[in-house]
Design a protein around this ligand. Structure first.
Ligand SMILES: Cc1cc2nc3c(=O)[nH]c(=O)nc-3n(C[C@H](O)[C@H](O)[C@H](O)COP(=O)(O)OP(=O)(O)OC[C@H]3O[C@@H](n4cnc5c(N)ncnc54)[C@H](O)[C@@H]3O)c2cc1C
Length: 406
């Protein structure tokens, strides 16, 4: 049986970011990841284009990931929000906030390439991959994980276990921690698309009754497309010839970037909300999609997880007990993160339900809300601050500080 201070189950976007954030604190860290990195089947590091908020980029800078990631990142300078086939738009401009950008767009696959290189070059991080957690026992001063790797079973003890194993978290369900789930009946189709005109750092989000149609600035002349449709329409759109797909996308988006010229591989993601009723347990933290998998409207999911990472790293850095799994510390983390998690989940869930509501009265209310945001600078400013990921008590990493051990 092997042992470590902190075992992170799942080396995806959230788990790998956490390991990178905790490494400078000197803990002996072990990541257990089921699917080999750099393979097409890796579920976290795929073709998704991730819109990372300003605060997320600060956190990534603070944990030493941004320096290498920046070369593959595209700045978001303007955000235009509209409602499909209804008048009015809200335009947020970073210059109005005294900033050069609201955040950046990075492809999840590129993020994976950078973070896994850092993981394998960090002395106090052990990566077990491919290795799957098949059992968890919580008892006394250590939790024990049962791990299976290429037919061989082993056990690993840890003072703290972090479940970062995705929306269908094995660890959460195995420990009997319930999750609330809601199927939106929507599927996001993602792909890269090359429009006629350069994006100039502009991001567009058109809200429709079946979810957002978002066009994000990407490297080169490409844009990342996230098109949320009714799930029974997804197969049809996935099966269309490229020309036909671009024509459909163009009809929805309009011509502000000119004609769509080229489209990449399309991938579909059924959309649902999954929220764990607890985010901590006995010597346990539930992180990322395992704690809250949310609708991509507003591009909040990984941004929320990165704020969780920053706070967990901060409470661990400030702790003087030397036991990363002690209950007081975990409660401090949970108490701090609760309000931001609640608000972010309510925001993305509320927006999705509001825009899929069929009533004309609700549609009128939506248009009035959009118009109010367009006309009232205070509301626009609040929207921009939320989009940048600054709400509630802000962790030091998001303020651009590095963590030092207490
Ligand atoms: C279409 C779409 C667009 C999105 N766009 C954005 C965006 O623009 N901005 C943003 O902030 N967020 C966005 N998100 C959300 C973002 O993708 C998620 O927040 C993020 O993937 C969560 O990462 P995670 O590491 O928690 O979970 P996952 O990505 O699911 O990773 C979990 C990892 O755990 C591993 N694992 C699972 N079970 C085990 C086990 N038993 N043992 C060992 N390993 C295991 C898996 O192999 C996987 O690598 C988007 C989501 C979707 C669907």
């Amino acid at each position: 049986m092997r042992g470590c201070d902190i075992a992170i189950v799942g080396g995806g976007l959230a788990g790998a970011s956490l390991a990178t954030a905790l490494a400078p604190l000197g803990y002996d860290i072990c990541i257990i990841e089921a699917v080999e990195f750099k393979t097409d089947g890796q579920p976290s590091y795929d073709d998704r284009t991730l819109a990372l908020s300003h605060s997320s980029c600060q956190i990534l800078r603070g944990i030493g990931l941004w320096e290498s990631l920046e070369a593959d990142a595209t700045a978001i300078r303007k955000i235009t929000v509209t409602e499909f086939e209804r008048p009015g738009q809200v335009v947020l401009d970073a210059v109005d906030m005294g900033l050069s950008e609201f955040g950046h767009v990075v492809e999840a696959r590129r993020f994976g390439a950078h973070v896994t290189r850092i993981l394998s070059n960090t002395n106090n991080i052990r990566v077990l991959c491919p290795a799957r957690v098949m059992g968890v026992e919580t008892a006394g001063q250590k939790n024990t994980l049962q791990i299976e790797s290429e037919g061989v079973e082993d056990k690993l003890t840890a003072s703290l276990v972090v479940a970062a194993d995705g929306a269908n978290s094995f660890v959460r369900t195995h420990l009997g921690i319930a999750g609330q789930s809601h199927d939106y009946g929507q599927t996001a189709i993602i792909c890269n698309i090359t429009p006629e005109f350069t994006h100039d750092g502009r991001a567009f989000e058109c809200l429709t009754t079946t979810g957002p149609f978002a066009v994000l600035p990407h490297t080169g002349k490409r844009c990342g497309l996230v098109w949320s449709v009714a799930s029974d329409q997804a197969e049809h759109l996935l099966g269309l010839e490229d020309e036909e797909f671009m024509k459909n996308a163009q009809d929805r988006f309009g011509s502000c970037l000119g004609a769509f010229k080229k489209v990449g591989k399309r991938t579909a993601y059924p959309l649902r909300l999954v929220r764990s009723i607890e985010d901590i347990g006995q010597r346990l933290v539930i992180l990322g999609n395992a704690a809250h998998a949310i609708h991509p409207v507003g591009a909040q999911g990984f941004n929320l997880a990165l704020r969780d990472v920053a706070v967990l790293a901060e409470v661990l850095a400030d702790d003087e007990h030397g036991d990363p799994g002690n209950a007081g510390l975990l409660h401090q983390y949970s108490h701090w993160r609760g309000p931001d998690q609640d608000k972010t989940i309510r925001y993305s869930d509320g927006l999705t339900r509001l825009f899929s509501h069929p009533s004309a009265l609700v549609a009128g209310f939506r248009s009035t809300g959009l118009l109010a945001h367009a006309l009232i600078p205070g509301l626009r400013r609040r929207l921009a601050i939320n989009a940048m990921g600054y709400r509630g008590r802000i962790p030091r990493l998001a303020l651009g500080e590095r963590l030092v051990i207490a």
